[in-house]
Every structure is written in structure tokens, then in C-alpha cells.
Design a protein around this ligand. Structure first.
Ligand code: 5AD
Ligand code: SF4
Length: 460
């Protein structure tokens, strides 16, 4: 039996996949009679959707639980029963251990069990806690999750097309937390995309830990590549922009590169992690590519789409990394010239081969290297932003800025773009001219609004 009027609150850590999962969990809970609360204090069910990728991310869960423990105690003093659930990758990695370390937790649910969330919550409520579900079921969880709701939503949405990873980079927990590679069938994805489009979405970001390894089945039994899937999704008229993340260099096939040249809806922006610039370290990381192969790939991508901008992920201080190895990372960054990048100190993760490798790099050295690398990356980002001044872009406006009358949207290169404009432009793709650039955002003038030019407010 569902009790009416119950509220849930989900706090999300980690990657975009978790953002997507939180949305699906929220929809699944809707079927069980829950609506979303605005703040944790008014929620009967508190969920932390967690990340395990680096130690810092995983430890956040426990500090956050301290806060939730107080909220739960205060609510229960007022007679409001409160259930605390840990979802996501820490749930998958630590399972039952979480209950020992944090007895305030009532339910631990791994990413492959979200379609059972309603039942699991009922079980946890019935038994007063102690429920753990971190199985990797044979069956496809997506098939059992309720279809995406058609209620109006933000104009840009995530859509998970692939989960898990078989690459086994030696630093990475993903193969353990998200399991082996799995591609959703084409039809399921197209239907979800069409529903999202009907609900007002015009930009889709296809997600997967190894998204360009996508090989989903079509209805006639054929295996479709990501390139083919993108071409199919581009046929949905309301979908104006397509992105995908995260890609592995090894799976950047010729047909996918070609799609960037032939499909205008596929954005000229690609997140392509290379992790390290030295072949010796790449080998120890089990990355399955060399620096030369990465550079050649970048060359071919830019040949297919000259205005392509790249972003990447880099790790410093992997076990055994010398100054000379690190120098090669800097050189590679210099050669490619990234529009954006994420860089991290190596974090030894439980159960991964790199955790126990010899020659762990001291934290002080990691810090110095990270600082040097980040200085170079932020100079490249600032230069890329500056190179956009005077260019004309379509911007998808998604939210209000801090100043009244200011709208904020995304450029094709995912830069935040601020412009003065009428509310009616929200959720629409509008042509702008870039006036000014900062390290993290751009300012623009709205140029023209084809079908409702009267909506444009004069910039003051
Ligand atoms: N230590 C540091 N960074 C890591 N990443 C993944 N695992 C680790 C780790 N053990 C980084 C990689 C990856 C990004 C999502 O997180 O750069 O691409
Ligand atoms: Fe973190 Fe990886 Fe899980 Fe995303 S998939 S939440 S990055 S551990």
C-alpha cells in the first residue's frame, strides 16, 4: 500500500550518469506515491546517490550522512518516520559494509536495482532498515523502470545508452561498480528520446562510461554503432543538438568521426580522456593506446570537423610517474590545445590493480604537478574562450542569470553564455554574437529571434 503525500529528497554526487539515474529514481518513486521535497528536512525518504571514483568523492558520503543523521533525529522527534538510503557507486562497492559503518542507513541500493526501488523502500520501512540490494541482475533494469514522464522539462536532457566498462584501466573502479559493458537496445533509446522531445527537450546528451563502445541491438537484430544511433536520433525533428560522453580513444571509430563532419546536429565538441602523456604510464594504466595514437586520432577528428573543440581527463601521480613522464603529459596538452579539461591527483582505489603498485607518488609531488598542469589547462581554456569573441553561435537558454533580465545558456562548446533577453527565449535555441569572454563563461548579444523578434529586449 502506498501512503499518499510522502516526499523524497535525492542528493546526487559524481558524474552525469548519476544525475540521470537520480531522475529515473525520482520517476520510479513517483509510481510508489512519492513526490519530490524541496529540502531534506521535509522528506520521508532521503537518498544519497553516491560516487566512488576517487577517495574524496567516496568519503563525502559519510560526512553527508552525519548531516542526514541529525535531520532524521529531528524529524523522528516530531513523529515523522524517515528512511535513509545510499544509492550509486559507493552502495555498489561497499554494500553491507555501509550498514556497519553507518547504522543510520536503512537501505543500500546499487545502480542496477533502481527499478526495484519502490519495493526496497517498502521493505526497509517494514523491517526498520538493514536492506541491501547490490545484485547485477541478468535482466535489463531500464525495461522495468517507468517510461520517462512527458511533463515539461528542461530543454537539455541526459539519456543513458550504455553502462559499464570492460576496459579495466588499472586505476579505475568503474568496471567493479557499474559492471561489464551493456548497451541498451536501439528501440528503447529512440522511444525515450521521442518522449523527451515531446516534453520540450531539444538537446540530448547520450551517456555511457564508455559511450562510443555502444553496440546496441536494433529491431532486426543488427548491432548498431554509436554513429548509427546518432544519425537515427538526428532524425527526430525537435532534437536540435546531440552530444555524447564519455568516450575512449580506442573506440573512436571512423564512422563516428565521420558523423561529426556530416551531421550538423552532432556538436563539434568531444570529451576524450587521455589520462597520461607517457607511453610507459599509459601501459601501466592499461589504457590500450599510446600518445602517438591519441595525437593521430585528434588530427583525424579535426580533419573531419575543423571547428572541433576537445576536452579531456588527466591523472597526475600515477604509481611510477617520474618528472620526465609528467613532462610528456604537459607536452601532449600543449600539442592538442584543449578547450576544457578535468585533472586529478591519482587516488588509490580499493580492489584496483594500481592500488598496490610499487612506487606510489607522494602527495606533495602530486600537488605540485597538478598545479602546474592546471595552470596550463586554464590558460588554454581562457584562450579558447577569448577566441570565441566576435563569433556567432546558437545558444540554448536554460536558466535565469543573477541580474534581472539575464538569461544563461550553453554554446555548442558547452560554455556558459550570458545574454540579456526576454523570458520567452528560455528553452529555445537562439543565435547570439559573443561580446566578451572570461575564463569560465561568455557574454553575448542576442542577434535575432526568427519568429518573434518583438521578444528581444534591448540590451541595457
Ligand atoms: N584516481 C584519480 N582519478 C581517477 N579517475 C578515475 N579513477 C581515478 C583514480 N583512481 C579520473 C579519470 C577519469 C575520470 C572520470 O576520473 O581521469 O577519466
Ligand atoms: Fe562516480 Fe564512476 Fe559511479 Fe559516475 S560511474 S558516479 S564517476 S564511480
Amino acid at each position: 500500500m502506498t501512503k499518499a503525500g510522502r516526499r523524497h529528497f535525492i542528493k546526487t554526487f559524481g558524474c552525469q550518469m548519476n544525475v540521470y539515474d537520480s531522475e529515473r529514481m525520482s520517476e520510479a518513486l513517483g509510481v510508489s506515491g512519492f513526490t519530490a521535497a524541496d529540502e531534506p528536512e521535509s522528506a520521508d525518504l532521503l537518498i544519497l546517490n553516491t560516487c566512488h571514483i576517487r577517495e574524496k568523492a567516496a568519503e563525502k558520503v559519510y560526512s553527508e550522512l552525519g548531516r542526514l543523521r541529525q535531520i532524521k533525529a529531528a524529524r523522528e522527534k516530531d513523529g515523522h518516520r524517515t528512511t535513509i538510503a545510499i544509492a550509486g557507486c559507493v552502495a555498489q562497492a561497499e554494500g553491507r559494509e555501509i550498514l556497519t559503518r553507518a547504522p543510520v542507513v536503512d537501505l543500500v541500493v546499487g545502480p542496477q536495482s533502481y527499478h526495484r526501488l519502490g519495493d526496497l523502500v517498502r521493505q526497509a520501512e517494514g523491517s526498520g532498515g538493514g536492506v541491501v540490494d547490490v545484485d547485477f541482475p541478468e535482466d535489463d533494469k531500464f525495461k522495468h523502470l517507468p517510461a520517462r514522464t512527458a511533463s515539461r522539462r528542461a530543454p537539455a536532457a541526459f539519456l543513458t545508452v550504455q553502462e559499464g566498462c570492460d576496459k579495466f584501466c588499472t586505476f579505475c573502479v568503474v568496471p567493479y561498480t557499474r559492471g561489464v559493458e551493456y548497451s541498451r537496445p536501439v528501440r528503447e533509446i529512440v522511444e525515450e528520446a521521442e518522449r523527451l522531445a515531446a516534453a520540450g527537450v531539444c538537446e540530448l546528451t547520450l551517456l555511457g562510461q564508455n559511450v562510443n563502445a555502444y553496440h546496441g541491438q536494433s529491431e532486426d537484430g543488427a548491432s548498431w554503432s554509436l554513429a548509427r544511433l546518432l544519425v537515427r536520433l538526428a532524425e527526430i525533428p525537435a532534437i536540435e543538438r546531440l552530444r555524447y560522453t564519455t568516450s575512449h580513444p580506442r573506440d573512436m571509430s571512423d564512422d563516428l568521426i565521420a558523423v561529426h563532419g556530416s551531421q550538423n546536429k552532432v556538436m563539434p565538441y568531444l570529451h576524450l580522456p587521455f589520462q597520461a602523456g607517457s607511453n610507459r604510464i599509459l601501459g601501466a594504466m592499461n589504457r590500450k593506446h599510446t600518445r602517438e595514437e591519441y595525437l593521430d586520432l585528434v588530427r583525424r577528428i579535426r580533419e573531419a570537423r575543423p571547428d572541433m573543440a576537445l576536452s579531456t581527463d588527466i591523472i597526475v601521480g600515477f604509481p611510477g610517474e617520474t618528472d620526465a613522464d609528467f613532462e610528456q603529459t604537459l607536452q601532449l596538452v600543449d600539442e592538442v590545445n584543449f578547450a576544457q579539461a578535468y585533472s586529478f591527483k591519482f587516488s588509490a582505489r580499493p580492489g584496483t590493480p594500481a592500488e598496490t603498485m610499487d612506487d606510489q607518488v607522494p602527495d606533495e609531488i602530486k600537488s605540485v604537478r597538478l598545479q602546474e598542469l592546471q595552470a596550463m589547462l586554464s590558460a588554454q581554456q581562457t584562450a579558447f574562450n577569448a577566441s570565441c569573441v566576435g563569433r556567432r553561435f546558437d545558444v540554448l537558454f536554460e536558466r535565469h542569470g543573477r541580474r534581472p533580465g539575464q538569461l544563461v545558456g550553453r554554446s555548442p562548446y558547452l560554455q556558459a553564455v550570458h545574454a540579456d533577453g526576454a523570458d520567452e527565449l528560455m528553452g529555445r535555441m537562439i543565435e547570439v554574437e559573443i561580446l566578451r569572454a572570461g575564463p569560465n563563461s561568455l557574454e553575448a548579444d542576442i542577434l535575432s529571434v526568427a519568429d518573434s523578434s518583438q521578444l528581444v529586449m534591448a540590451a541595457v
